[in-house]
Design a protein around this ligand. Structure first.
Ligand code: COA
Length: 167
């Protein structure tokens, strides 16, 4: 849970009761949004899926989802309502979601993102994701997807390299 000077924002796991609100944020965020049924199936029936959301006292303002298979976490979607962007909301959601995925055993994480989506690519790079390949014509409009990966092990290596440099 986070308190800022202006707003009270809570980060928590999503449940079936949040499907409508998540679908609304999705509609405001993507040209080809997932449907209400897609979210209902994923949140209520998919035991591999974990969803985390951000909410004010009034409404859900962002969410993210991940599927964990053994040690691999595949991020399915991340979106923040347009009125709430550039305020660190996605950062808080992703931090919490990666921790939840680690609790289920994930140590490496992947996702696909439109090659034109500079804000999202910058967001993922901030978390240590790196583009390792391209899925050609992955999206409905023929756009390519960048495939990004993040390995917790690499984060540890980076940290110890930094430690070594400062010794
Ligand atoms: C991408 C998205 C989730 C970012 O949400 P957000 O809450 O605004 O992100 P944050 O405020 O936590 O920003 C974290 C980092 O993301 C990057 N970022 C966010 N918005 C950016 C923008 N407009 N331009 C460039 N970088 C941006 C920056 O690196 C930023 O770090 P900084 O604040 O230290 O510079 C949001 O823009 C969104 O919902 N977009 C539409 C849906 C989408 O594209 N989702 C990703 C699909 S893979």
């Amino acid at each position: 849970m986070t308190f800022t000077a202006k707003h009270w924002i809570k980060i928590r796991r999503a449940t079936g009761d949040d499907v409508d609100a998540i679908t609304e944020v999705e509609k405001r965020s993507f040209p080809k949004p997932w449907s209400r049924e897609d979210f209902e199936k994923d949140i209520c029936d998919n035991i591999l899926a974990t969803y985390v959301l951000a909410e004010t006292r009034k409404e859900v303002i962002g969410y993210a989802g991940i599927w964990v298979v053994i040690d691999e976490g595949h991020i399915t979607n991340v979106a923040v309502h347009p009125d709430w962007r550039d305020q660190g909301i996605a950062t808080m959601i992703i931090l919490s979601m990666l921790d939840a995925a680690r609790e289920k055993g994930a140590t490496r994480f992947t996702l696909e993102v439109r090659t034109s989506n500079a804000p999202a690519i910058a967001l993922y790079e901030k978390f240590g994701f790196r583009a390792v390949g391209i899925r050609k014509k992955y999206y409905e409009n023929g756009e390519d997807a960048a495939i990004m990966w993040k390995y917790d092990e690499n984060d540890k290596l980076l940290t110890s390299e930094k430690d070594a440099e400062t010794r």
